[in-house]
Design a binder for this molecule. Structure first.
Ligand SMILES: [Fe+2]
Length: 454
């Protein structure tokens, strides 16, 4: 069983001068063609993984442009358009929503003498907040969070600003993907003066370890960017087998082995699809990658094959990054996971290994499987509607009484929509989304009930 992904980062919709936008448009068109060729050669992609900076200023119009392009990219690589997983970057922060309280909090956290102090401040600001975007630090990420709702990967809440999903690798083993929010204290000066980011304890401890899972983390900022690096980096590195990041506009690949445990990991910085104008010239990059389980008797782990792609300005195409890979087209990493137990081996609790706390996961999103594609498509259509239309649908489905005032908090809408899916009411949701043409064939009618009834 092979999982195929397109790893993209730093797309920066909305950036730059007219000339730069024209260049970026050409590059993104070429990326569509390149992904289509990869899908024809290797097979359809299962998902797009985007490690932040989707927008340039974190505004709604930029996300509308991003959604249109992502639709075309999904079509090009054969991926369902709802199967896009993403995390925010510093350019996904909408600076017009940064208020005086946010500025004070940011400087207070960044000025903390010890990482623990900053973690305490982050926890106090966000403690017990069930929605996302309710505190000063997360409010500037609300347009991003609304966009990410389309794809089922919004930061869950201010208290737990991350998401997690499980993808089957076969042999009763899952890849658990963690999407972390690293831009909570991002600043509009981030690119001019390197300033530390802070992850916070709630996200650090979200990463569990399990004998039936391989952990993959998506983060915008690489670990070296964090003020709490000394605290969080060893913790994350012990648990993660594949770490995908962005932010740095030059791509990097590194494999590391923990000689004490035998656990190995791969850290990949994607580079930028369309970097900013910073006077250093442009290097446009992205990665195609494939994951499969290593399930020999002697060894268990994750095989990752990575095809780094780089823009060739003369030919106006993406090609293999042969210079960086010294003539090769791809790099293969076989990552040992000594704590993994395959189903036929039987599983026993690992001594000294932290217990996986599924309650720590923000929602039931970890139950997401690829056969929930109908729900994914309907969720995408639902969140692309304006709030008035969404409220009409939720009232029509009797999830809220007539006369309910809106807009509703995002978390309430998400929970209501999840209730619809869990109750097997996808056909009703499909009809509610297309009230103007009830005669048109609805591909979801009946399928939701059948699937959920299985
Ligand atoms: Fe960035």
């Amino acid at each position: 069983m092979v999982l195929r992904f397109v790893h993209l980062s730093d797309i920066h919709f909305g950036q730059g001068s007219a000339v730069k936008r024209a260049i970026d448009t050409d590059v993104r068109k070429a990326l569509l063609r390149d992904c289509q060729e990869s899908a024809e050669r290797f097979g359809k992609a299962d998902s797009l993984l985007i490690t932040g900076d989707i927008a340039y200023s974190g505004t709604k119009p930029e996300y509308v442009e991003a959604a249109n392009w992502l639709d075309r990219l999904c079509e090009a690589c054969g991926c369902l358009r709802a199967n896009v997983q993403m995390v925010p970057g510093n350019h996904d922060v909408n600076w017009s929503h940064v208020d005086a309280t946010a500025r004070i909090l940011r400087s207070n956290i960044r000025g903390s003498a010890r990482p623990e102090e900053a973690h305490e401040t982050l926890a106090e600001v966000c403690i017990g907040v069930e929605g996302f975007g309710e505190c000063a630090l997360t409010r500037p990420l609300l347009d991003y969070a609304n966009f990410a709702e389309q794809y089922g990967t919004p930061p869950d809440s201010d208290a737990k600003p991350f998401w997690t999903k499980k993808l089957s690798l076969g042999h009763d083993v899952a890849a658990r993907v963690y999407g972390l929010t690293t831009s909570l204290v991002s600043d509009n000066q981030d690119k001019k003066v390197p300033v530390p980011q802070w992850l916070g304890a709630s996200q650090m401890t979200a990463l569990g370890s399990s004998e039936s899972e391989i952990a993959i983390a998506l983060m915008h900022h690489p670990l070296k960017c964090f003020g709490d690096e000394a605290l969080i980096a060893p913790y994350i590195r012990r648990r993660v087998t594949l770490l995908l990041t962005g932010h740095e506009h030059l791509p990097e690949i590194a494999t590391c082995v923990d000689h004490a445990t035998g656990h190995s990991r791969l850290e990949v910085t994607a580079g930028a699809v369309t970097p900013e104008e910073d006077g250093r010239g442009y290097v446009f990059t992205y990665n195609w990658l494939e994951l499969s389980l290593i399930a020999d008797k002697e060894r268990q782990g994750l095989k990752v094959e990575l095809w780094p792609r780089v823009w060739q300005a003369g030919a106006e195409t993406f090609e293999a990054d042969a210079i960086r890979l010294q003539g090769r087209e791809s790099v293969v990493a076989e990552l040992a996971c000594p704590s993994l137990r395959l189903a036929e081996q039987g599983r026993t609790p690992l001594e000294g290994s932290p217990v996986v706390d599924d309650a720590a996961a923000p929602t039931d999103q970890d139950a997401m499987t690829w056969n929930e594609q109908e729900y994914g498509e309907l969720r995408l259509l639902f969140w692309r509607a304006e709030w008035q239309e969404r409220l009409r649908i939720l009232v029509e489905l009797k999830l809220f009484p007539a006369g309910t005032a809106g807009p509703l908090p995002q978390v309430m809408e998400r929970r209501a929509l999840d209730q619809v899916a869990q109750a097997g009411r996808l056909a009703e949701l499909g009809r509610a989304l297309h009230p103007s043409n009830p005669e048109s064939p609805n591909p979801f009618v009946g399928q939701g009930e059948v699937k959920n009834g299985d």
